[in-house]
Design a protein around this ligand. Structure first.
Ligand code: PMP
Length: 336
């Protein structure tokens, strides 16, 4: 018989798949652009990896005791990973998230048995109602509470150094030349980037960032794409790892997210569209420079199913003035 003893044993070892039609000419000329499909993790995102690593480290250090409660400020995916691992190991979970996070995502957390506390997005990080501060207060008030803090926990980047990085290296036979990822906590790009550069210092590490976020020189101005960009510099982000940051607008992120679903059957979230758009831009630059044998790996963090009422909803996109990508809608936009 071929089975896993627990869902937790199925985390990681996600496939790489070539992106084709949505790359236009680059799909024919090269470079090769490969997507690391992280929504195929059992919790549906890349964050299953960090959840396991952070919880196991806290158990080992004694910070998390039997019957304890995990409290985390999360935009959803880290919550799902933590909720899944916690449930299997017998811990409670309370998640604090900003109100811009889709209701779908919050309901997923509740389905796993977690409690969810929603805070306003439009307040500064130091405000008492900010989701960072509310989670700190809950940790003080709940007995046996432990806060993984994905923004400062070294086991966040470490999980990628130990699993995602080696997987990408092996899957590409060491032929990867460029790695592209969106940056939120920075754990993904820092852990994978460090591993790949240790294997081959010539591998170029490229961050993708929403316009307005600090990583691309912004001040934290609001943007709509979820899970990426920051208004502060987290400890989990290694400022030395990225060779370059490509800034992507919400409009381009959302339009490309929809192209990935329609043309390459990759139903992924907006941060995946953002990272893949940056990968496409990079591929076009490399093609123009004659480097058609480059191998670009772009990490797609989560599925589009959590965004059906947002990125994949024409009315939602139109309400922010974004084109929907359908002919009728673009005609309407032009005529307005
Ligand atoms: N995309 C999504 C949807 C996410 O939830 C996150 C995590 N915040 C990221 C991208 C960015 O990953 P990281 O935190 O490792 O930089």
């Amino acid at each position: 018989m071929d089975y896993a003893n627990s869902l937790l044993d199925l985390i990681g070892n996600t496939p790489l798949v070539r992106i084709n039609r949505s790359l236009d000419d680059v799909a024919r000329t090269g470079p090769l652009v490969l997507a690391k499909v992280e929504y195929l993790n059992p919790g549906g995102s890349v964050k299953d990896r960090i959840a396991t690593r952070m919880i196991e480290a806290a158990e080992a250090s004694g910070e998390l005791q039997p019957g304890g409660t995990i409290v985390e400020a999360t935009s959803g995916n880290t919550g799902v990973g933590l909720a899944m691992v916690a449930q299997q190991k017998g811990y409670q979970c309370v998640f604090v998230c900003p109100d811009k996070v889709s209701e779908d995502k919050r309901n997923v957390l509740k389905a796993y048995g977690a409690r969810v506390v929603v805070c306003p997005t439009a307040v500064a990080p130091e405000h008492p109602d900010s989701y960072y501060n509310v989670s700190d207060r809950l940790v003080r008030e709940i007995p046996g509470a432990w806060k993984p803090d994905q923004y400062s926990n070294p086991n966040n980047p470490r999980s990628h150094y130990e699993t995602t990085g080696p997987e990408i290296w092996q899957q590409t036979d060491g032929k990867i030349t460029h790695f592209v990822a969106g940056v939120g906590t920075g754990g993904t790009i820092s852990g994978i980037g460090r591993y790949l550069k240790e294997k081959n210092p010539d591998v170029q590490v490229v961050g993708a960032d929403p316009e307005g976020s600090v990583y691309s020189g912004g001040s934290g101005r609001p943007y709509l794409v979820e899970g990426v960009g920051e208004d502060f510099w987290p400890e989990t982000y290694d400022r030395g790892v990225a060779d370059r940051i490509i800034e992507v607008s919400d409009a381009d992120s959302f339009a490309f997210t929809r192209r990935l679903a329609r043309e390459d059957a990759l139903l992924v979230g907006g941060s995946s569209g953002m990272a893949a758009y940056a990968a496409k831009q990079l591929a076009e630059e490399l093609a123009a420079a004659g480097q058609t044998d480059a191998v670009i790996v772009v990490l797609l963090p989560d599925s589009g199913r959590g965004y059906l009422t947002k990125v994949f909803n024409d009315e939602w996109l139109a309400s922010y003035g974004f084109p929907t990508g359908t002919e009728e809608a673009s005609e309407k936009t032009v005529g307005e």
